[in-house]
Design a protein around this ligand. Structure first.
Ligand SMILES: *Cc1c(COP(=O)(O)O)cnc(C)c1O
Length: 430
């Protein structure tokens, strides 16, 4: 230590922190949203939904205007607002006709709602492994997990990069499956010339407070299918009380909910959507600068973006070669946090390892649906079924939240400096 000065010494060991000032918090809400919300409040109509067959079954003016704007923005026939993406995924699973005991293949590397939405209809989540570069469902593992009971695939565009939708849709067509696209983290990301979320039978975006654009809470579903659209609208708004009046013949999965989004949220959403391109572009600029600055650090892999895709960078994912570096991921994470790098997370999630799946207890205490006769085989959730996701979770993944702070170029440069300092002093972490 004698010939290392305070600037070179890692903050973890008492040296000076690289980042000594706070960054500006990410906040996409501005004057436009304030005015839009104010107008709704002043109108006195905060929601106009009626849960019966009536013109207002479809909601009030702001709901309809926001849905029109979303449909036109994302280039789809229908957009359906809901009060969260979690609600949206539940509605989507019901709308595509999933029945009790049906199997739906889902990624373990996603937010829990992607899997629990399946359980809401007493269907069985089956976890397939992920691709080590994009962290999305690996089509080879998806095909290996198809059984006679498989009815759908829940594809997730994790961190902001689209899943390999052409290949997944091809597999789905071959096996007669429906596909749901959970694009909560990827609004505005491109797959070819189409937006992530629009390439499946139904897609879902989140408008919660932590996402690129938000309305506090909220979600948007998109589909080109008229029948799926109608079913989504019914499940959103008390289907059982509406099907009679509306003359709906198919009563399957027509237990409705109140998943309605309010007028204030939709008025805010209209303004947020106008900002989406700019907000995503700013994340992309920061990510490009980060990648350029981190390039060449040994044993560190910056995000992979597939040709013809763009990344929305909800999270900027890194992968460490911990064996080559000879230092554990958690130790490196500690050192980076000590340098003042904010928003770093040393793991993501392996849903199959959650107590619910490990103990196979969802509804009640008796192990339903897995112990019920509707579940026709012994579905495996043991450690080892998703080796790629497990290795990333336990050993090598490090993610950087991009919707936490609004990073300027000098901020990004400071983060790069923090990484470089840790890398130059890597020996001292051994
Ligand atoms: C945020 C998120 C959801 C759920 O969104 P809510 O609007 O909070 O319900 C679902 N899936 C993924 C991948 C998410 O990141």
């Amino acid at each position: 230590m004698t010939n290392i000065n305070k600037n070179e010494m890692l903050a973890l060991f008492g040296g000076n922190k690289t980042i000594q000032r706070p960054f500006k918090r990410y906040n996409p809400i501005g004057e436009e949203e304030v005015n839009a919300a104010k107008q709704v409040v002043e109108s006195g109509v905060l929601s106009q939904f009626l849960g019966v067959w009536h013109e207002d079954f479809y909601g009030g003016p702001k709901v309809r205007e926001f849905e029109q704007a979303c449909a036109s923005y994302f280039g789809v026939k229908h957009a359906i607002t809901v009060n969260s993406a979690t609600s949206g995924l539940i509605a989507a699973v019901g709308a595509i006709g999933i029945e009790p005991g049906d199997e739906v293949i889902v990624s373990p590397w996603t937010m829990c709602a992607s899997a629990t939405a399946i359980l809401h209809w007493n269907a069985i989540p089956v976890f397939a492994d992920i691709d080590p570069e994009t962290f999305n469902l690996d089509p080879v593992s998806v095909e290996a997990n198809i059984t006679p009971y498989t009815k759908a695939i829940m594809a997730v565009d994790i961190f902001g990069h689209s899943a390999d939708m052409d290949v997944l849709m091809e597999i789905a067509a071959k096996h007669g499956l429906k596909v749901i696209s959970d694009a909560a983290q990827a609004p505005g990301a491109l797959y070819g010339n189409r937006y992530a979320g629009t390439l499946a039978h139904v897609g879902s975006y989140s408008l919660n407070y932590h996402k690129h654009i938000h309305t506090g809470e909220g979600g948007v579903l998109v589909t080109d299918d008229d029948d799926i659209c109608e079913r989504l609208q019914l499940i959103r708004n008390h289907a059982e009380a509406v099907v009679g009046g509306k003359g709906v013949a198919s009563l399957s999965n027509m237990i409705g909910y109140n998943f309605r989004l309010g007028e204030i949220e939709c008025a805010i959403g209209i303004e947020q959507l106008k900002k989406l391109k700019t907000l995503v572009a700013s994340r992309q600029n920061s990510a490009a600068r980060l990648s350029a600055g981190l390039e060449g650090l040994k044993g560190l892999r910056t995000p992979v973006v597939r040709p013809s895709c763009t990344h929305a960078y909800y999270i900027y994912p890194l992968v460490l070669d911990v064996d080559g570096l000879g230092v554990s991921r958690d130790r490196i994470w500690e050192a980076l946090v000590a340098e003042g790098v904010e928003g770093l997370s040393p793991s993501y999630v392996n849903l199959h390892m959650l107590p619910m799946f490990q103990k196979k207890i969802a509804y009640g205490s008796g192990g339903f649906p897995w112990t019920s006769e509707i579940c026709r085989r012994n579905v495996d959730y043991r450690h080892g079924i998703c080796p790629v996701a497990e290795e990333l979770q336990e050993k090598s993944y490090l993610g950087f939240a991009m919707c936490l702070n609004d990073l300027s170029d000098p901020d990004v440069d400071l983060i790069i400096e923090g990484f470089r300092k840790v890398w130059h002093q890597m020996e001292s972490l051994k």
